[in-house]
Design a protein around this ligand. Sequence first.
Ligand code: PLP
Length: 393
Amino acid sequence: MDRELVRQLDAELQQLKAEHRYRLANELQSPQAPKVTIDGAERIMLSSNNYLGLADAPRVIAGAKKALEVFGNGTASVRFICGTMSLHRRLEAKIAEFLNVEAAVTFISCWDANIGLVPTLLGQDDAVFSDALNHASIVDAIRLSKAKRCIYPHTDTAALEQMLQENASARRKLIITDGVFSMEGALAPLPKLAELAEKYGAALAVDESHATGVLGQHGRGTTEHFGLAGRVDIQTSTLGKALGGSCGGYVAGKKTIIDYLIQYSRPHLFSNALPPAVCGGALAAIEILQAEPQRLSRLSENVSYFRRQLQTVGLKVLDGQTPIVPVMIGETATAIAFQKALLEKGVFVCGFGYPVVPQGHARLRCQVCATHTKEQLDRAVAAFAQVKKDMHL
Ligand code: PLP
């Protein structure tokens, strides 16, 4: 036992506690749903990525159960040895059909999908162009690759263009961005990115995790929202948010790219495949989305309603059209106190302060779902208004 290691780690943990940055998970005693049980009491859930309300949908649970019964608990193998079941192939074909692209390959998470993508496609002769606020999985994927890293300031397409010009001689160029950025709920400037990709011979990859099942007429994400089908080369996304809330991720796009990942991507080659229950649940979730597009319009109505109502009671909400609705509070301590007071009033919402967001920009990040009722949203807004008044904000 290395006592020095334990001593050092403990000192860091104590430091976190002293700075009020030590994270304590909130424990749910019920399924993920618009109303959940936390600390033994019912709360309106306003912090989940369960955008279409499918995490506890009976048909998704039935799909998962059936897959579990037919295919067992797991693959006990990586994909290429004996871990590919017909269910994986069905799910991947369904994802490709849903997105209207040539092919898709699943990973155990979107984290793994991103890690499986960037280092596999890019080597030392290549360059990757990444938005400064991209998700941590993209950041780590880039760190794992040997490509030259060109990190452009958030959504700054002029800076990106300059970097593309400066790295014109790279063998392969990949522009990669979140479709929806999770802290602001803002959209990537995808049309301009597509234009620059075409102009400078770069491939364009979009992580649609917060956009799948949310944006676009069929819920295909920012790519569909901006009418860029065929101009985005690679889409990654998660099965752990709108598409059933379990876990799993995928890369989708041209068959050649997917074939290449199947041959060379390390998480695909050296880590177990998605468990059957997860595949069955995700398949059911996509089928529900395809059969019930009204879930998308319901989500968008709820988003507009909730945003409007919060503004009506004088709260500062970042503009946007996604279900990520950040209510700007300012100081971290105030945001923490606000969050606690909301919980006491039966509303669960997560606060983000420094250093996750810049100093003075602490916020409560609300996330709206299609299955929230108007009554639940009204109750949440009333709780916000009351806490604002009580705290003299
Ligand atoms: N990419 C983005 C943009 C995300 O927001 C997330 C999750 O928060 C992920 C990837 C990781 O997804 P998963 O939970 O499937 O690993």
